[in-house]
Design a protein around this ligand. Structure first.
Ligand code: AHG
Ligand code: MN
Ligand code: MN
Length: 308
């Protein structure tokens, strides 16, 4: 009911920025943009050159359009206001410009994750914290770009999930995966095994169960790029876990840039996404860079985890 063409325009801008980033990702080894910078981001992680490039590209593209009022990026401490101090655009964007940074230098699939909210303050007023700190259930759209063996854009506007593949010869995304949904059965689990000893009891019990199961036998798959792990599990059926850890109860992944958008996609694809207490989409953020334990994937596997 609120669609006036601005959201379409915004998604088109995201697709254009994605093509620019994709081009750099593809020639990263040649372009002298592999490796780290001497900067550390607000998450206390060393920024890679491609993190910075992707962040700047998406921010520049989104602030040049008329539809975005403000942007929160994983790479920036504060949110950024677009034209006229954020008074004009209808939408707020939250973005993980480059997901899977540790895989950049080794030529392994990486991604971008984005989340789009309608502003809460009236048009014409400056944006405030509240515009950015909305629960995931308020998202208007969410998606990811996967820079993999082919480049894909997968997104939802709340009426199912569609996947588009970039045809590099034409330079355009084409619908290749209509109405994506988790398959009924799936037997892949994805977790950083090195963390398991510090994980909570239900996670340990669940993984032990997966290892023992014979019908069907499980596969462990962990790429270390959330977008890629999520995408594989969406296609084949599976579950991804980044649990609460001893000494780090909030886990690692970020609610606004990673978990909420993927939770929206997961639910739209018939799956579930939760933290230790319930639905990710119900969680009201208290700060921009908040972290949460994250469990996401096929419904039957999420139920099995909850039974542990
Ligand atoms: P980012 O590169 O945006 O900081 O995200 C990295 C995330 C996610 O992509 C991945 O699943 C996870 O970190 C891997 O963490 P571990 O190395 O702790 O397994
Ligand atoms: Mn990430
Ligand atoms: Mn990132």
């Amino acid at each position: 009911p609120f669609v006036s063409g601005q959201l379409t325009r915004l998604l088109t801008d995201i697709a254009i920025a994605a093509k620019i980033v994709n081009h750099q990702v593809n020639r990263a080894g040649l372009a002298g943009i592999l490796g780290g910078t001497d900067r550390v981001n607000v998450q206390d992680e060393q920024q890679q050159k491609l993190d910075v490039f992707a962040d700047r590209t998406f921010l520049r593209m989104l602030s040049a359009g008329k539809s975005v009022a403000g942007i929160g990026s994983e790479e920036r401490e504060e949110f950024v206001l677009c034209g006229n101090e954020g008074r004009n655009g209808k939408y707020v964007v939250l973005i993980d410009p480059l997901d899977g940074s540790s895989n950049i230098d080794v030529n392994v699939s990486i991604g971008t994750i984005f989340s789009i909210h309608r502003r809460t303050t009236p048009l014409g007023e400056p944006l405030v914290d509240h515009d950015f700190l909305q629960p995931g259930s308020h998202q208007v759209a969410a998606g990811y770009i996967l820079y993999g063996s082919s480049t894909m854009l997968v997104y939802t506007t709340g009426t199912g999930v569609n996947g588009f593949t970039l045809d590099p010869a034409v330079g355009e995304f084409f619908l290749s995966h209509p109405s994506m949904s988790f398959p009924e059965r799936g037997a892949t689990y994805s977790i950083n095994d090195a963390l398991l000893a510090r994980a909570t009891a239900p996670t340990q019990t669940f993984i032990a169960g997966c290892r023992e199961a014979s019908e069907p036998p499980f596969r462990a798959r962990y790429i270390g790029s959330l977008v890629s792990d999520f995408h594989r599990n969406l296609i084949h059926g599976g579950i991804y876990l980044y649990p609460s850890l001893e000494g780090k109860p909030e886990g690692k992944l970020r609610l606004l840039y990673e978990c909420a958008p993927l939770a929206f996609i997961a639910e739209q694809a018939g799956g579930l996404a939760e933290d230790d207490t319930g639905r990710i989409l119900d969680r009201v953020p208290t700060n921009l860079h908040e972290r949460v334990p994250f469990y996401v994937g096929s419904r039957h596997l999420m139920h099995a985890l909850n039974a542990c």
